[in-house]
Design a protein around this ligand. Structure first.
Ligand code: ASP
Ligand code: MG
Length: 440
């Protein structure tokens, strides 16, 4: 069985949905995971913000803007009047629900229900389209098997047993369709896997059924060796290991959800990144064994905050680092980079939701400085301990760029460097020149 995930742009219009239908209509058992049509979730986020502000006029305006797009999609997607009516009834039903929140109470739970609408709509429309085309398929509700635990983490065991039960209801069907991103929480309420979470859904499903392969279809031809928004002539990387891909996804390569490699790695299911606009292109294969160049890619993670804590008592003061880390643990704030010296520790975070409380607590351990607008430049490859020469190559390339922090040796796949945002582009270009200029 294969899992194929198509992102928002790949199902962004009736035409694109038809392309996806052609791609999935081939022999072999598969589960197709769809995102919401592009722009929809952003639009729904705006809607929830308006509702939080009790701005009913704005909320109604947003809904009146979104609905015609779906009506037009129905018009262009279906041929028969009967199918068009079915599509339009679906839109009516979903928009009635969305409009009901402008009249009724609005809380966190309703927010999640609203955000789930994009995927519920795209999958239902796609399923109806296949039905009209006489392609047999089964629509599985992700709400019946996708679940997060009390910490907001996907519960793979639950997902596995519940998905298997759902699949067994139709043992002879070949094509299953389901929603990315949406799930239930431990209270059974509708929830989600955070923005961009459809990749994560695909990987969780792939792991749950130990699929042959998970394919992530987007509108670029794989993971690139550098950020194409800043650097010219980047190229897709043919092969990556799970760890290399995970580092790249976490440290800025926008193509994948940061956690989506974990489940696939856990069950050793290869992940292939493919391009809907160019289905024959090779893309990127992510698997346990990846061969190829030693330095594979560079990515950048923005909006990093660096915090420096200087203890006057650190000399011989064991327990200092533990106390510092516990502060971040209490506020569930992950630390990305860390460097220490005899009397100080510098570390970076990207989640600023509890920054004020964190700084206040840290002040009990020493003097604290904070700086925003930093960028982590992450260089990914196979940096085994017995290899040499990489550091020289990297720092030679960056000789004109001011560097704030360096992390080397934490993982064999990643060297991270902190620079301020104003030097980001310069650093990416310099690394490109120094590390990849001999290729392609
Ligand atoms: N529709 C969701 C989003 O836009 C999930 C996804 O597309 O992966 O974030
Ligand atoms: Mg995405």
């Amino acid at each position: 069985m294969q899992v194929l995930k198509f992102g928002g742009t790949s199902v962004g219009s009736a035409e694109r949905m038809k392309d996806v239908a052609r791609l999935v209509n081939c022999p072999g058992k598969k589960i197709v995971v769809l995102s919401a049509m592009s722009g929809t979730t952003d639009h729904l986020v705006k809607l929830t913000n308006a509702l939080y502000k009790h701005n009913i006029g704005e909320a109604t305006g947003l809904l009146n803007e979104l609905e015609p797009r779906y009506r037009n999609t129905v018009e262009a997607l279906f041929n028969s009047d009967e199918a068009k009516k079915k599509g339009n009834d679906l839109i009516t039903e979903h928009f009635n629900l969305l409009r009901s929140f402008t009249l009724d109470m609005f809380t966190h739970n309703e927010e999640k229900t609203i955000l789930a609408e994009g995927e519920l709509l795209s999958t239902a429309l796609f399923h109806y389209y296949l039905e009209e085309q006489k392609v047999p398929s089964v629509l599985l509700s992700a709400l019946n098997f996708m679940r997060i635990d009390e910490n907001g983490e996907p519960d793979l065991q639950y997902i596995e047993s519940n998905l298997k039960r759902e699949l067994l209801k139709n043992p002879h069907e070949q094509l299953f369709i389901t929603q990315g991103y949406i799930c239930r929480n431990i209270f059974g309420q509708i929830d989600n896997l955070k923005r961009g979470g459809s990749d994560y859904t695909a990987s969780l499903i792939g792991a749950a059924i130990t699929a042959e392969e998970i394919q992530i279809w987007t509108d670029i031809d794989g993971m690139h060796n550098n950020d194409p928004r800043y650097v010219p002539n980047t190229y897709p990387i043919a092969e990556l290991s799970f760890d290399e891909a995970a580092e790249l996804a976490y440290f800025g390569a926008k193509i994948l959800h940061p956690y989506c490699i974990r489940p696939a790695k856990k069950r050793n299911v290869p992940v292939r990144l493919l391009n809907t606009m160019q289905p024959e292109a090779k893309g990127t294969l992510i698997s346990r064994e990846a061969s190829g160049d030693e330095i594979k890619a560079v990515a950048a993670k923005d909006h990093i905050i660096v915090i420096k804590i200087k203890s006057t008592r650190m000399l011989m003061a064991y327990g200092f680092l533990r106390s510092v880390f516990e502060v971040f643990e209490r506020y569930k704030t992950p630390i990305d980079m860390i460097t220490t010296s005899e009397v100080a520790v510098s570390l970076t975070i990207d989640d600023n939701s509890h920054i004020d409380e964190i700084l206040k607590e840290l002040e009990t351990y020493g003097t604290v400085e904070m700086e925003i607008n930093q960028v982590i430049i992450c260089i990914v490859g196979d940096f085994l301990a017995d290899k040499h020469g990489y550091a020289v190559k990297i720092f030679e390339s960056l000789k004109d760029v001011p560097i704030r922090m360096i992390s080397y040796g934490g993982s064999k796949n990643n060297i991270s460097i902190l620079v301020s945002a104003e030097h980001k582009k310069e650093a990416l270009l310099a690394l490109n020149k120094g590390l990849f200029n001999l290729k392609k």
